[in-house]
Design a protein around this ligand. Sequence first.
Ligand code: IMP
Ligand code: MG
Length: 178
Amino acid sequence: MNKVVTLGDKSFQLYISETQILTAVRAVAEQINKDYLGKRPLIIPILNGSFMFASDLMKELKVDCDISFIKAASYAGTSSTGNITNLIGLNEDLAGRHVIIIEDIIDTGHTLAKILPAFAEKNPASLKVATLLFKPKALKTQIPIDYVGMEIPNEFIVGYGLDYDGLGRNLRDIYQVI
Ligand code: IMP
Ligand code: MG
């Protein structure tokens, strides 16, 4: 099966199936369940891209936990601009909390590098990062990445919350640009 989808001016082929994604999500959840037993972590997904990962991850968490979303955007087209245009909604009191930031994908790492200090200065008891996808070859910054669902090559992908110029977030599977 070689499923192809067209979004705007680009075509994409099936790359990671929904089943494979959910296996990776479960593996991350299992680690968090172990590490945060009795700690009531505060889960903070970074919108928009992480909404599907956050939703499926929450369903697999067995520890008591809170969730609060924030929004950051740094992408235009298929390459990272490195400019955060938005960081909205970090109103939660993080003092003494065990915070887990949830990302859909870490590419250059610029987004996280820019937003991490804003979390750190609110004095959380601990601060960790969980990402569904990680492109190690694209990383340009030194950031802590504590939980990774899957490592992938440096290719542009869409689906499962990730978009190409706004399109493709609704796809259940992940597709790679052809
Ligand atoms: P970074 O700042 O370069 O690490 O990129 C972070 C953000 O860029 C992610 O949270 C995504 O929203 C977006 N992004 C990075 N790589 C991709 C991709 O392959 N497809 C779609 N969006 C991506
Ligand atoms: Mg994102």
